[in-house]
Design a protein around this ligand. Structure first.
Ligand code: SAM
Length: 254
């Protein structure tokens, strides 16, 4: 489907998988089945068993590399009394969600959601032990086991201000059976986002491929439409990373 970007991308993902230093069967499982709960349960179990104390695992990079894309979107309240609703979709054991909770001056409710109950439990235990102090005392942080193809069961329509996705859509798009799930997740994100809200996808996929995919999948005539943009995050370890921003556009019913 994306003949120019695919071989390079696969190589990059092999490198990411190899960074975890698991034996080759997990690397193969990771590359082909990143849309499967069992793959990630195994990944987080094996990764965690390698260190005596918990350590956040960051796909691509951590919060500091992307804070300038995220924090400016949390400067205005959508309702005077409400918390800004933030979802880290496919949070894994990343510190991204906890960092947003910690640094946001405005009160936020950060929900870190993942299909893997292992990742969710590790994060819950870690946060209980660490007790992070948020910048705003009204802010809240939660970890939930959630298959993001069912986001609409957790959130009402037009109720979320910001969704961050670091590597999750990439994982679905690159799996043998995940492409349909990636499109479903995107549509659900657009449904639960407020009209002022945004979805940020952090990815190593080239804009030629990802913009075309986003523009195609985010449009449903008479039902949904979105504006799509891209900015470079930068180059790390010789790989260029991007921030794709998707914002719902109002559909005018005729
Ligand atoms: C590439 S990892 C990225 C993890 C994390 N965002 C980070 O930056 O380290 C993809 C994550 O998506 C999760 N995932 C895969 N399919 C999912 C789904 N349908 N719903 C929720 N999470 C999913 C996996 O368990 C995994 O934690």
């Amino acid at each position: 489907m994306f003949p120019l970007s695919k071989p390079l991308t696969l190589l990059r993902w092999r490198r990411v998988a190899a960074r975890v230093r698991h034996h080759s069967s997990l690397t193969t499982e990771l590359i082909e089945n990143m849309d499967k709960k069992a793959t990630w349960d195994r990944f987080y179990t094996e990764n965690n068993s390698r260190t005596p104390t918990f350590k956040n695992f960051e796909w691509f990079f951590g919060f500091d590399s992307v804070r300038d894309f995220i924090m400016p979107l949390l400067q205005t309240k959508s309702h005077p009394d409400a918390l800004l609703q933030v979802l880290d979709m496919g949070c894994g054991t990343s510190a991204l969600g906890p960092c947003i909770y910690r640094h946001s001056p405005l009160p936020v409710r950060v929900t870190c959601a993942d299909i893997s109950p292992i990742a969710v439990r590790l994060m819950q235990e870690h946060i209980q032990a660490k007790a992070i102090q948020p910048h705003n005392v009204s802010s809240q942080l939660e970890f939930v086991e959630l298959d993001c193809t069912h986001i609409h069961k957790h959130y009402g329509s037009s109720s979320v201000d910001l969704i961050v996705d670091k590597g999750t859509t990439d994982a679905l798009l690159r799996s043998k059976e995940g492409k349909g799930k990636a499109a479903l997740v995107l549509k659900q994100c657009l449904k639960v986002l407020r009209s002022s809200g945004s979805l940020l996808q952090f990815s190593d996929e080239d804009p030629d491929a990802r913009l075309l995919w986003l523009e195609t999948e985010a449009q449903e005539p008479g039902v949904m439409a979105a504006d799509v943009g891209v900015q470079e995050v930068g180059e790390l370890r010789g790989v260029c990373y991007y921030c794709y921003q998707v914002t719902p556009r109002c559909i005018v019913q005729e």
